[in-house]
Ligand binder design. Structure first.
Ligand code: 5GP
Length: 124
């Protein structure tokens, strides 16, 4: 069965998309630790990030670099990142613009309009 992230990539489940290319897809995390918390996902579905082929690994980290620099440029904030993978068995990297409210693992409740506003600022 397709992972929830594959369903998002294929448009079966909606997402606040930030960026897409032929190998990767990035969208706002629905349980953000900071405003702008983004997940960068390889389109190929593997559970563990180190199961990616060298080519897909390279494509994922190239997108992470590009998107992190873009988020920093837009928000003016240092972007922190983490790889966890305990919840969704489809490899992904978390990117979060660091602000003074951030606490590891503590999530914000945002309204749809807030997600849309953040998406509109960050999408490229
Ligand atoms: P991890 O697997 O790295 O521990 O965490 C998975 C992340 O995916 C969590 O931060 C969770 O909020 C996010 N997530 C899970 N399901 C969805 C979803 O359907 N949409 C979005 N945008 N994020 C999700």
């Amino acid at each position: 069965m397709a992972s929830i992230f594959t369903k998002i990539i294929e448009g079966e489940i909606p997402s606040y998309k930030i960026y897409e290319d032929d190998k990767t897809y990035a969208f706002l995390d629905i349980n953000p630790e900071t405003k702008g918390h983004t997940l960068v996902v390889p389109k190929v579905e593997v559970d563990k990030i180190y199961e990616l082929s060298d080519e897909d690994w390279g494509a994922l980290w190239a997108s992470v670099k590009k998107i992190a620099a873009h988020i920093e440029e837009v928000t003016g904030r240092r972007v922190i990142m983490k790889v966890i993978g305990t919840d969704v068995p489809h490899a992904h990297v978390h990117l979060m613009p660091l602000d003074e409210t951030w606490e590891y693992g503590r999530t914000l409740k945002l309204r749809d309009e807030e997600f849309e506003e953040i998406r509109d600022k960050l999408a490229f």
